[in-house]
Design a protein around this ligand. Structure first.
Ligand code: ZN
Length: 211
């Protein structure tokens, strides 16, 4: 698992470094435990608790995690008081710092709260990699473009395609918001699963997955 900040999307590298120093200024000693995750790493992580020993730590299959796209990082507590000790609200304080820098904080997920997790919101509408999958298919194709700067026009076109697809799905009765949640929770990796179409059905599956 890589904790190398330089593996992140260029726009997230600077914010990540800024985040670590802004936390430090508030007396919060942050360590980075995870940045970009390769397919092999995601596969191994997904297998954990399912076909390999350990407990389940992710519901996302490759490439559904923002980590696969270099758009997320995870932190740990590095002040010697326990890497995940949150008894004094340490992670929430870091969450506030991250949010002040425009990041999405995993502690704000409605289900499966993930307090060590931060994301660059820009490319992840509704915390979903759908827009990226539509535009780039695989993370490798996205990563290849990092050296060139995406123009505002290209970015707008990508988001317009994403929104058009959602409108299409919504018009044919798909519960698009619940579908994003279902994808994040690993219930489905289908764009529009034929097996469950209604809002109630998807919401029920999400509720079951959380339990
Ligand atoms: Zn994470």
């Amino acid at each position: 698992m890589s904790r190398d900040i330089s593996l992140l999307h260029p726009e997230l590298r600077d914010i990540c470094r800024e985040f670590v120093s802004a936390c430090k200024a508030k007396g919060l000693e942050v360590g980075i435990s995870q940045t970009r995750r390769t397919k092999a790493e995601q596969d191994a992580l997904y297998a954990q608790g399912r076909t390999t020993p350990g407990s389940i730590v992710t519901n996302a299959k490759y490439p559904l995690s923002p980590h696969n796209w270099g758009l997320a990082f995870d932190i740990y507590r590095n002040d010697g008081k326990g890497a995940y000790n949150d008894a004094d609200g340490w992670f929430s304080r870091c969450g506030e710092v991250g949010k002040s820098l425009g990041l999405f904080w995993g502690g704000d997920f409605k289900s499966f709260r993930d307090k060590p997790h931060f994301e660059l919101k820009k490319y992840l509408p509704a915390n979903s990699v759908s827009a990226l999958i539509q535009r780039y298919d695989r993370p490798e194709n996205f990563i290849q473009t990092w050296e060139e700067v995406m123009t505002q026009k290209e970015f707008d076109a990508m988001m317009e395609n994403y929104l058009a697809r959602r409108r299409e799905l919504a018009a044919s009765g798909w519960a698009v918001t619940e579908l994003d949640e279902a994808k994040r929770l690993g219930i489905t990796d289908a764009e529009a699963p034929q097996a469950f179409a209604t809002r109630q059905e998807v919401a029920a599956m999400v509720a079951r997955a959380i339990k």
